[in-house]
Design a protein around this ligand. Structure first.
Ligand SMILES: NC(=O)C1=CN([C@@H]2O[C@H](COP(=O)(O)OP(=O)(O)OC[C@H]3O[C@@H](n4cnc5c(N)ncnc54)[C@H](OP(=O)(O)O)[C@@H]3O)[C@@H](O)[C@H]2O)C=CC1
Ligand SMILES: CC1=C(/C=C/C(C)=C/C=C/C(C)=C/C=O)C(C)(C)CCC1
Length: 297
């Protein structure tokens, strides 16, 4: 029980309510994203569930509306493995909403066999990093207009094993499904830090998060991980516990001075030396813009 307590700590104790606030949670139809969306709805926000499978999203929206009594839970199609879908999602959202206060870049894939997104990006870097990079870019003006506003990027402790191999960003020269995930989670932290640097003074703050080791569908591509999760299920967080740090970064008052930082168990957490490399962060930003056809500034 003591080990369990140690591995499942971190509760967002903020009582902040969110009436009139607008939030987007990517990958909100299951796991950590679903619980994050539920807690935001519970606090009165209008929550967009950005899901690649709208049917799954609608079932979850119905469940959240029933549980929270908040009818402002909307489902929109977003496939982060397709830049056309990301652009369509952003276009419709910008036409529909005057504000965006909270963007939770939560969706993710782990250890999938080598595959590519619709635009030819390796799946981990494509969905976990480039997809969210483009989405955030397209919504940035709205976030700035709605300041104070926040961006929360789901990363992982796994970033420690990550490296940004600029000569092999798409895994074409060598590929390991496990490491590809780690590289993409490192990219999430570098993006957080660089976005924070660029947004200083704008009222938009940015945080990266390790949610803990959480029982979810993330391990769906790995039999070994599935077995470990099953064996150690007593020690790992529930999705509701896993959502606490995202929620903490999204709502806690007075967190502005910690923009750019990485959080775990609702506290600032240490990151690897690669994740602190400003030169790599700037280069990754430029390369990402280049790959996505965004102007490099
Ligand atoms: N679980 C854990 O132990 C840890 C999780 N994390 C991070 O937390 C985040 C949430 O993961 P978790 O809840 O555990 O995992 P789940 O697999 O349970 O949820 C992932 C979500 O991402 C969605 N998703 C996957 N690919 C796409 C895509 N192309 N476009 C849009 N949505 C997509 C999934 O949709 P669908 O259901 O349709 O597949 C699902 O809703 C991830 O970023 C993960 O890296 C970090 C550290 C540990
Ligand atoms: C060794 C060990 C564990 C394994 C943890 C692992 C392997 C975590 C992997 C996390 C990942 C992949 C995060 C995703 O981003 C448990 C289950 C905590 C129980 C205690 C002993």
């Amino acid at each position: 029980p003591q080990i369990r307590r140690m591995l499942t700590t971190g509760v967002c104790t903020s009582t902040v309510q969110l009436p009139g606030k607008v939030a987007i949670v990517t990958g909100a139809n299951t796991g950590i994203g679903k619980e994050t969306a539920k807690e935001l709805a519970q606090r009165g926000a209008r929550v967009y569930l950005a899901c690649r499978d709208v049917q799954k999203g609608e079932l979850v929206a119905k469940e959240i509306k029933g549980l929270t009594g908040n009818q402002q839970v909307l489902v929109r199609k977003l496939d982060l493995a397709d830049t056309k879908s990301i652009r369509a999602f952003a276009k419709d959202f910008l036409a529909e909403e005057k504000h965006l206060h909270i963007l939770i870049n939560n969706a993710g894939v782990m250890m999938c066999p080598y595959s590519k997104t619709a635009d030819g990006f390796e799946m981990h870097i494509g969905v976990n990093h480039l997809g969210h990079f483009l989405l955030t870019h397209l919504l940035l003006e709205k976030l700035q207009e709605s300041a104070p506003s926040r961006v929360v990027n789901l990363s992982s402790l796994a970033h420690y094993l990550g490296r940004i191999h600029f000569h092999n960003l798409q895994g074409e020269k060598f590929y390991s499904a496990g490491l590809a995930y780690c590289h993409s989670k490192l990219a999430n932290i570098l993006f957080t830090r660089e976005l924070h640097r660029r947004l200083k003074g704008s009222g938009v703050t940015v945080y990266s998060v390790h949610p803990g080791t959480v029982k979810s569908e993330l391990i769906r591509h790995s039999t070994v991980m599935s077995l470990m999760w099953w064996l150690f299920s007593f020690f790992i967080k529930t999705p509701q516990q896993g959502a606490q740090t995202s929620l903490y970064c999204a709502v806690t008052e007075g967190l502005e001075s910690l923009s750019g930082k990485h959080f775990s168990d609702c506290q600032v957490a240490w990151v690897s030396s690669q994740a602190r490399n400003e030169t790599v962060a700037r280069r990754l930003w430029d390369v990402s813009c280049d790959l996505l056809g965004l102007p490099v500034d």
